[in-house]
Ligand binder design. Structure first.
Ligand code: SF4
Length: 443
C-alpha cells in the first residue's frame, strides 16, 4: 500500500483543502502515515502570506535533499506552489509535484503521472471556474466541520498574495453547499463553519442567485445544525443583511471577524482596501446596535509602508473605540508580486516591533476588561475536548470565546463517557485576557 504524509501551513482554507487532499489520496488507495520518513509521498500544503511562512517549507525540503532519486516523492501544494511555480524544481530538485489550490480537482490525474515516474508534475492553472468540490474529505475535527463556499479573491489589497495564489472568485452553488451541510448534520455534526477568503462576496452561480446573508440564514435552518460560524469577511462587502440574519436565528453564532487592517483612512487607501475608517465604523455600529451582543474580532497590520505615527495613533484610537473581543496583529511583510512592494517608504523593523508591542498591550487591557464582564454569567458552550494538563474541559461559546471548565460530576473523560461534542451550560467564575474559566451547571 502506498503511504503519504502531509503537513499543512497557514489558514483554515489550507487546513480544509488538506482535509480534501487527504480524502482524495485515501480514495486513490494511499494510506496516511505520521512522519515523512515513513512515507512514499511527502506533501507540504503551504502558505505565503508572510515571508516567514514561505521559508518554512524550504527548510523542511532542505532536510530531505539527500533523498533525491531514492524513490521517495516530494510535493509542494498551496500558495507557495502557485507563487513560485516551476522555480521550486530548481530550488529543490528532489520535488516532483508543484500544485496550487486551483488545480486540486486534477489531483487523481497528477498522482497517476507521479506513479508513472513523471518527476516534474505541475498544477498551476489559475483561470478556472472550478471549485474543489469532492465527497472525499477526511475531517480532522469531529465536532466542527469546515465548508468552503467560495474560492479565490477579486480584491487587490496592496499587501496580499492571495489573488495571485488562489485566483479569481468562484462561488459554489447554494444547492451543493446545502447538500454538504445536510450530509454533515446527518453524520452528527452540530457545528459548521462557512469558509472563504471573502465569504461576503459569495454569489450563488445557480439561478437561485443567493447572496451570503441568504446562504447563512438557510444553513442555520438545517435540522441538526446547532451552530453556524463563518470566516473571513471583507468590510466593503459586509452587508446589514448579515447582522439581521444573526439577529433572527440563535443558531448563527453572534461573532463576526471583520479585518480592518488599519484605523487610518490614509493607510486604508494605500492598502487598496476600498473602504474608509467611517465606512468601517458604520458596519461596527450595525453590530453594536444589535439586540444580540455580537463579539467582534479583527486583523491589523502595523508598519505598512508610509504609516506615520499619526496614522498609527488612529489605529490605537479605533481599537479603543471598537473594543474588539480579540485581535490578530501582524507586522507588514514584503510579499512578491504585490503592489506595496513598489512603495518607497518602508518602516524600519524595530519601529514595526515597537508599534506591534504598543497595540498588543493596548488590546490586552481591552480584552481583560471585556472578559471580566462575563464573570457571573451562564454561557452555553460546545465542548471541544479535555485538557489533561489543566484537568479542564475545553468549551467554546457562541461568541467564539474559549471557556475552560470543571465538572464535579465528570471531572475527566472515562471510557466513552465524555462531554466532547456536547453542548452544556457553564457558570463563568474567572476571566483572563484570552479565555474564561468556570464550572459546569446542570439545568
Ligand atoms: S480581501 Fe484582500 S486581504 Fe483578503 S484575500 Fe482578498 S486581496 Fe487578500
Amino acid at each position: 500500500m502506498k503511504t503519504f504524509y502531509i503537513e499543512t501551513f497557514g489558514c483554515q482554507m489550507n487546513a480544509h483543502d488538506s482535509e480534501k487532499v487527504v480524502g482524495t489520496l485515501l480514495q486513490s488507495g494511499y494510506s496516511q502515515v505520521g512522519a515523512p520518513a515513513q512515507a512514499d509521498l511527502v506533501l507540504y500544503n503551504t502558505c505565503s502570506i508572510r515571508d516567514k511562512a514561505e521559508q518554512k517549507v524550504f527548510s523542511r525540503l532542505q532536510q530531505f535533499k539527500h533523498e533525491a532519486g531514492k524513490g521517495k516523492v516530494f510535493g509542494v501544494l498551496g500558495c507557495v506552489a502557485q507563487q513560485e511555480g516551476e522555480a521550486i524544481f530548481e530550488r529543490a530538485p528532489h520535488v516532483s509535484l508543484v500544485a496550487g489550490s486551483a488545480s486540486y480537482t486534477r489531483l487523481p490525474e497528477m498522482l497517476v503521472q507521479l506513479e508513472a515516474g513523471n518527476r516534474r508534475v505541475t498544477g498551476l492553472k489559475l483561470d478556472t471556474e472550478e471549485t474543489f468540490d469532492t465527497p472525499f474529505t477526511r475531517r480532522e475535527n469531529p465536532h466542527r466541520a469546515y465548508i468552503t463556499i467560495i474560492e479565490g479573491c477579486d480584491k487587490a489589497c496592496a499587501y496580499c498574495v492571495v489573488p495571485m495564489t488562489r485566483g479569481p472568485e468562484r462561488s459554489r452553488t447554494s444547492e451543493s453547499v446545502m447538500r454538504e451541510a445536510r450530509t454533515l448534520a446527518d453524520f452528527g455534526y452540530a457545528e459548521v463553519q462557512l469558509l472563504g477568503q471573502n465569504v461576503n462576496s459569495y454569489r450563488d452561480p445557480s439561478p437561485a442567485g443567493w447572496d451570503f446573508a441568504r446562504l447563512l440564514a438557510a444553513t442555520g435552518e438545517i435540522a441538526g445544525i446547532r451552530r453556524v460560524r463563518f470566516t473571513t469577511s471583507h468590510p466593503r462587502d459586509f452587508g446589514k443583511g448579515i447582522v439581521d440574519a444573526i439577529e433572527s436565528n440563535p443558531v448563527l453564532c453572534n461573532h463576526v471577524h471583520l479585518p480592518v487592517q488599519s484605523g487610518s483612512t490614509n493607510v486604508l487607501n494605500r492598502m487598496q482596501r476600498l473602504y474608509s475608517r467611517d465606512d468601517y465604523m458604520r458596519r461596527i455600529e450595525w453590530m453594536k446596535n444589535a439586540r444580540r451582543e455580537i463579539a467582534i474580532t479583527t486583523d491589523i497590520i502595523v508598519g505598512f509602508p508610509g504609516e506615520t505615527e499619526a496614522d498609527f495613533n488612529e489605529t490605537l484610537h479605533l481599537a479603543d473605540e471598537v473594543e474588539y473581543d480579540s485581535m490578530f496583529i501582524f507586522k507588514y511583510s514584503k510579499r512578491p508580486n504585490t503592489p506595496a512592494l513598489q512603495y518607497e517608504d518602508h518602516i524600519p523593523e524595530e519601529e514595526k516591533t515597537r508599534r506591534f508591542m504598543v497595540l498588543q498591550e493596548r488590546q490586552r487591557a481591552i480584552q481583560i476588561r471585556r472578559n471580566a464582564r462575563c464573570v457571573g454569567s451562564r454561557e452555553q458552550v460546545h465542548v471541544e475536548g479535555y485538557n489533561m494538563a489543566t484537568q479542564q474541559w475545553i468549551g467554546r461559546t457562541s461568541q467564539n470565546k474559549t471557556l475552560n471548565f470543571v465538572d464535579p460530576e465528570l471531572p475527566s473523560p472515562s471510557g466513552d463517557n465524555t462531554l466532547a461534542g456536547q453542548f452544556t451550560d457553564v457558570l463563568v467564575t474567572r476571566a483572563g485576557p484570552n479565555s474564561l474559566a468556570g464550572e459546569r451547571v446542570r439545568p
